[in-house]
Design a protein around this ligand. Structure first.
Ligand code: COA
Length: 183
């Protein structure tokens, strides 16, 4: 019976039920558990996400994509509510990285020139000491250099040089940071 339901869902809606359930449990239940220890255990042991020491992943963070085991978050990072990781490829975050609320990272999109909208995946890399403002969107293939700042609400489509502040849609250079020192 279960096999038939599974096959019907797959054929009718294209939903791979195991993956769907895994994502549902992760985002609807685990992600909202008010104990970080439980959330982190599930992220590390079930999703195989690498999380460094003293890194906080707040409740309400969501994950999607088949490459969750390629998500790596360094030490002393803050990933607050409503961050959304779409991991069709790797997402590598260095140390001392701070996100504002509601940052979204998309490693995947679809080729608009392909009649079948074939999927395209590329990694996202965020180096040490970066601050990403609230509601920024980081698109596939982007590398954000050390100590850079992404202004709130930006859409980052291209690499960001180290210690630059970028903002807008698409994100452009605002200015260079006034410091290169971190404590
Ligand atoms: C980028 C930011 C840090 C301000 O940096 P700043 O250098 O002090 O910026 P200023 O206010 O002097 O503005 C400099 C220029 O950047 C522009 N700018 C500022 N914020 C911007 C944004 N979010 N998007 C696009 N452009 C922005 C300003 O309009 C200004 O442009 P102008 O020179 O053409 O007038 C701030 O605007 C920001 O985005 N903060 C993030 C807030 C947030 O997410 N908080 C959550 C806490 S973790």
């Amino acid at each position: 019976m279960l096999k038939q339901i599974r096959s019907w869902l797959n054929v009718t809606f294209g939903i791979p039920i195991v993956g769907f359930l895994r994502t549902w449990i992760l985002n609807v239940i685990i992600g909202n558990v008010p104990w970080a220890m439980i959330r982190n255990f599930y992220y590390r042991k079930v999703c195989r996400i690498s999380i460094g020491k003293n890194t906080e992943i707040w409740s309400g963070v969501r994950f999607a994509g088949g490459a969750m085991d390629k998500i790596s978050i360094g030490d002393y990072c803050t990933i607050p509510h409503y961050t959304f990781f779409v991991a069709g490829d790797s997402i590598v975050i260095g140390n001392n990285v701070v996100f504002g609320h509601g940052v979204e990272l998309y490693t995947s999109d679809h080729d608009p020139d392909d009649p079948y909208f074939s999927r395209r995946d590329a990694p996202i890399t965020i180096h040490d000491n970066v601050w990403i403002g609230s509601s920024a969107i980081i698109l596939k293939g982007v590398t954000i250099g050390e100590g850079a700042v992404v202004a709130a609400g930006s859409v980052v489509t291209r690499d960001v040089e180290a210690f630059n502040i970028v903002g807008g849609n698409p994100a452009k250079l605002i200015r260079e940071r006034g410091t290169r020192t971190f404590k």
